[in-house]
Design a protein around this ligand. Sequence first.
Ligand code: GMT
Length: 374
Amino acid sequence: MKIGIVCYPTFGGSGVVATELGKALAKAGHQVHFITYSQPQRLDFFNENLYYHEVNIPSYPLFQYPPYESALSSEMVQVVAGSELDVLHVHYAIPHASSAYLAKQILAAQGIHIPVITTLHGTDITLVGKDESYAPVVTFSINQSDGITAVSESLRQDTFSHFNITKEIEVIPNFIDLERFNRQKKEHFKKAICPGDEKLIVHTSNFRKVKRIDDVISIFEKLRKLMPSKLLLVGDGPDRARIERRCKDLDMCSDVRFLGKLDAIEEVLSVADLFLLPSESESFGLAALEAMACEVPVISSNVGGLPELNVHGYSGFLSDVGDVDDMVKNAAYILDDSRLETFKANALARAKEFDIAKILPLYEAYYEKVVENA
Ligand code: GMT
């Protein structure tokens, strides 16, 4: 098939999923056209089936807010018509679903029919999308999509409860490339960070409020009193500066390191003993899946799609949002030397259920169904 993929080209989960999906589809022989405003972060290899079309957003003194949606729709029109695409798959509803709707109408006027699939990722529904500034457009454009997928059953339910959706939503969970995400031998790295053989705790995120990084710090502050441990924080975002200050105030600087944004996240995960994800809301928790694939058990909150990924008492533990004491208790339980290796093996076993080799055929079958029925 000839497939157009529209996404945010950044480190964010939706962009990562879209890019990895496009790469896998190209490897499977499909022709994949990325339509984004800059080169997607993980589009880091050459394949004869992969194409990249940059959305050009000209500036003009009149524009306080350059009309990205119009530029995106125009690029979609050109790529669909020029490359004769079979389907347009947009990731993250805002504003990609409404831009796709507009492109579809323009193409229809030219006699070209293009089925549109929208994949919902999380904050486009649970946080940003339901804001009344966006909700009417989000509702309309989701309903106008020929196919709709959500990355977890929880997100599917949330979509029906927040919006008046009149169509079916297919759940296709996120996936992991186990060839990239696996536990590599990085003993020198572990020794450098944990010279006293301390336990290594890792958290990765975009440092937004929804991630509750304060809980990460509170969990670690209590845990380091129970056992020698170090914390690595990967990523960047609005809460980082405040959290760095808090670590200084708590006199924890010698045990906490901020690594900033990192591409080779699997190298850090390869030396980790435990991953923390105490989020307030999480439609899937791709960061936790990446950790599990690298044999890292997960302490997470029990919200959204996390219970569909992290199996309580097997690959890690789930607690109520904000229940720091329960998370500390569970973390100490996992990190006990008599149990840690079992939890690591379980984390990997669970991650294997989300192997891209299992999930890719679900997308291919869904594309075929939508194209046939559209
Ligand atoms: O987590 C974020 O804030 C980023 C966000 C995104 O859209 O990039 O992630 C969402 O999509 C990911 C990929 O499907 C999911 O794994 C994350 O759970 C989801 N984030 C939230 O629901 C908060």
